[in-house]
Every structure is written in C-alpha cells, then in structure tokens.
Design a protein. Structure first.
Length: 297
C-alpha cells in the first residue's frame, strides 16, 4: 500500500493502534470518527456510504466481515462473495479512503475467539417480522456484530444503507434502547440506471433473472403512485403484488410499514410509511423498499 492508502488491520490490537494514531486533518468535518460496516463484495452503494462518511468525519473506519451469526442454515454464508483485494482497491478510489483512514477486516476467530458467542443482542419484536420471520435469528446476529463493531471502532457516527431498511430500524432501536453512544445515519439506496437496487447478491443473478428482478423497483414505483393517488395501504399492497406476481418466482412479503417498528400500518394511516418487498428470482432472494406518502382516501 502507498502512503496515501488507508491502514489495513486484521486484529483488535492493530485496530486500537490505528485508531490511536493522529487522524487526517479534515478541518470542516463535524465528527472525529465515522464507521461504515460491510460484509465486503463492495459496490457503488457501499462507496456512497463511504463518501457520506468522509464528508462527516476526520477519520473513516470501514469494516469488512462476513458475519456467520446472521446467516441461517442453508443460506449463502459459504458462497457469499469474498475478495479483499478488490474491496481495498475500490475503497482507495478517488474521493474515498486515504491516509489515516482504516479498513478493519477481521477473521471469524478475531471476532468470536471462543466460537459463537453465548451472549447475544436480541432484536426484540422488530427481529421477528418480515426479514426476521423469513430469516429467524438474522437480526440478533446483525445486532450482535454491530454492537461489537461499535465497541471496537468507537465511532461518533455510524452510517447504514437504507436498502436494508429493517436493519437500519433495528440498529436505531438498539442504539436507543441500550443507550449506545453513537449517532446513526441512513444513506439513500443506490440504483442501477434501470432501477435495480445495488446489492452484493445481484452477482448471483443470470442475465434473464436480472431482467425479471427489475419488477421489484417497478412494483415500488407503482405502489408509490397508488399512495400518491390516495390509495390506502391495502390498495398499495395489491398493486405492488400484481406487478411482482407477473415477474418473480415467489413473493415473500409486501409490507406498508411503520418506519420505526416495521409493523403494518392500519388502513386509515396517513403520513410516511415504508413500502418494502422481498421476492425470489431464480435462486436469489432480493429485497427493496421506498418511502411512500399516505394521504388518506
Ligand atoms: O448490512 C450488512 O452488510 C451487514 O448486515 C452488517 C451491518 C455489516 C453486519 O454484518
């Protein structure tokens, strides 16, 4: 790595030393330290989080760790794409990480030296609906590693993508309920020109499946239009489902949700809700969401 490259560390002692070294001088930045947590397989969505973090903080820490705790049996833990050299090259691109920024890429042994931890964070009710219903224990695994990474990196601000809207809400709930001293910021979804929300799992899609996957963003646009025309949540769900049913292999859920609790809003609701979908295309499970404004009938 060159002098202008971020510091790459793999264990906790190296991380502490890197964090104790003087931070880059970004005089205009309002915070000392920001963290962006990832599982690698980086794409433009992750890089937009890093760019937002650089605007906010003198030092940016990016973590790269495929967290076994958040994968269920039969999920893609083994085949999840891992390419640290490629991720580091992307992170060192123009306007991204530079000297004094830190990439923390631990092994599972560093994160869980005694094997799977016996104490975990429970996500509570938000961890049991939607993604949590399809993937039991997923959010407990996410929150456990997020809390550990917050303790290890000690940031002022942590940035998460809105693509994983339920994860963002669960992290916010944990930070609020457990008084974790960090500010959490959500960063907008990045989409390809054709509307597909960027995801590391898009790499699994065949060209034909990728075309069919466009139904997710199309369905959300149809739902947003229905809401803007005065549609109630049940009508929004119906138009979304109709678009999805025509294209995908299975719809896991269509939700019009309270942004904090991720429970379905009542049919009389007005104001901002999260319209979230999950569907299977070929062997790949995809999620997407958008805010919708419910104006009432
Ligand atoms: O969003 C992700 O990539 C992961 O869930 C996270 C937050 C890095 C925890 O493993």
């Amino acid at each position: 790595m060159t002098d202008s490259a971020p510091v790459l560390v793999h264990d906790v002692a190296q991380l502490s030393a890197a964090l104790d070294a003087p931070a880059p001088d970004r005089t205009a930045a309002p915070y000392n330290r920001a963290v962006v947590m990832t599982m690698g397989a980086l794409h433009a969505g992750h890089l937009s989080l890093v760019r937002a973090a650089k605007e906010l903080a003198s030092r940016v820490v990016v973590t790269i760790f495929v967290n076994p705790l958040q994968f269920g049996p039969g999920e893609d833990l083994e085949r999840y794409p891992r390419d640290l050299d490629r991720d580091l090259a992307l992170l060192s691109g123009p306007g991204l990480l530079g000297a004094g920024d830190v990439v923390f890429a631990p092994t599972p042994q560093v994160m869980y030296p005694d094997g799977e931890p016996s104490v975990r964070v429970s996500a509570g009710p938000i961890g049991t609906v939607l993604e949590g219903a399809v993937r039991p224990g997923h959010f407990d695994g996410v929150l456990t590693v997020v809390l550990k990474l917050l303790h290890l990196t000690r940031p002022d601000v942590a940035l998460f993508g809105r693509k994983d809207a339920q994860q963002l809400a669960a992290v916010r709930a944990m930070v609020r309920d457990l008084d974790v001293p960090v500010e959490v910021r959500g960063v907008p979804i990045v989409r390809d020109d054709d509307g597909l929300a960027l995801s590391s799992r898009n790499a699994y899609l065949s060209p034909e499946d990728r075309q069919r996957a466009l139904a997710l963003s199309r369905s959300l646009a149809a739902g947003r239009d229905r809401a803007a025309a005065g549609g109630a949540p049940d009508q929004v769900r119906s138009v979304v489902r109709a678009v999805l049913d025509d294209a995908v292999d299975a719809v896991d859920y269509v939700g019009v949700l309270d942004p904090d609790t991720f429970t379905e809003v009542p049919d009389t609701a007005v104001g901002t809700a999260v319209l979230a979908v999950a569907a299977r295309v070929g062997g790949t499970r995809l999620i997407d969401n958008t805010d919708v404004e419910l104006i009432g009938r």
